[in-house]
Write a protein that binds this ligand. Structure first.
Ligand code: GDP
Ligand code: MN
Ligand code: MN
Ligand code: MN
Length: 248
């Protein structure tokens, strides 16, 4: 088992425009090996695919206007947030929504940072597909089998401060399943599942930064393979936090 991991920000990527070939741009800037993992900020996936909205084209409806009257946000921004959502869990003091691909996030992950004025970036509607596409393209270009994680910076419940989270992944499972393993004293672990993709995304986010670093992709070498499953999102019936919110 390795215990050393190399983490490298991929430098020199341009400001991404719609139509840019991210796998090509990434593979030109880092020498991939089998088993490497590449984390990519969802922001640049959305830029490359054109998942953005121009606020001057948005007319806010009643719900967006109501939320805006409480929070002081731009009602057009909130309309974009609501347009992405399949469920609104909290309206104020911040809007917490579920997206059709399963992620629950503040303001639907709609982002006005690192983008031209008047534009907002929305999350890719199917980040699993985006991760798979990048992984397959990297394999085609380089001949190397890598894992790919699409990340976004998110808040957490119960704790202050944002961290990187995985919203799409390919070439790995989301969860490392320790159930059935034994601990140092030979006892069988019954409930320990580790959200490995979020741990990796958290470190990637540290290297990316939030502002003007210009590092939207991070390369990992030396992470041992793991096995597990992909059910990272609670089903509504097992999600006690969501149930509690819905009762409010
Ligand atoms: P998010 O976490 O997916 O919302 O992405 P952020 O907006 O926090 O950006 C993450 C990192 O990518 C930061 O270092 C940004 O400076 C950088 N970044 C964002 N857009 C671009 C881009 O178009 N080109 C480059 N080179 N870096 C970018
Ligand atoms: Mn951002
Ligand atoms: Mn974001
Ligand atoms: Mn970020």
């Amino acid at each position: 088992m390795h215990s050393s991991v190399t983490v490298t920000g991929i430098e020199g990527l341009p400001l991404i425009q719609k139509g840019d070939d991210l796998p090509q741009l990434i593979s030109e800037r880092c020498a991939l090996e089998n088993g490497d993992i590449i984390c990519i900020a969802s922001t640049i996936i959305s830029k490359a695919k054109g998942y953005s909205r121009s606020l001057c084209d948005v007319s806010p409806g009643q719900q967006a206007t109501h939320i805006a009257s409480v929070t002081g946000e731009d009602p057009r921004f909130l309309q974009v947030v609501l347009d992405q959502a399949c469920d609104v869990l909290v309206e104020t003091p911040f809007t917490l929504t579920e997206l059709p691909f399963g992620h629950v996030g503040v303001r639907s992950g709609v982002d006005a940072s690192n983008v031209e004025d008047g534009l907002v970036i929305v999350l890719p509607p199917d980040p699993m597909k985006e991760a798979k596409e990048v992984r397959e393209s990297l394999l085609r270009i380089t001949g190397k089998e890598c894992g790919v994680i699409v990340t976004d910076t998110c808040g957490r419940s119960f704790r202050r401060g944002q961290t990187g989270h995985a919203i799409g992944w390919s070439g790995m499972t989301a969860i490392r399943d320790f159930r059935g393993d034994t601990d140092l004293f030979g006892r069988t672990l019954e409930i320990t599942e580790e959200a490995v993709i979020d741990e990796i995304s958290g470190f990637a986010n540290l290297i990316m930064g939030e502002s003007n670093n210009g590092i939207p992709a991070v390369h990992f070498r030396g992470i041992p393979k793991w096995t597990g499953h992909d059910n990272i999102y609670f089903r509504p019936e097992e999600d006690i936090i969501r149930k509690a919110l819905k009762k409010m």
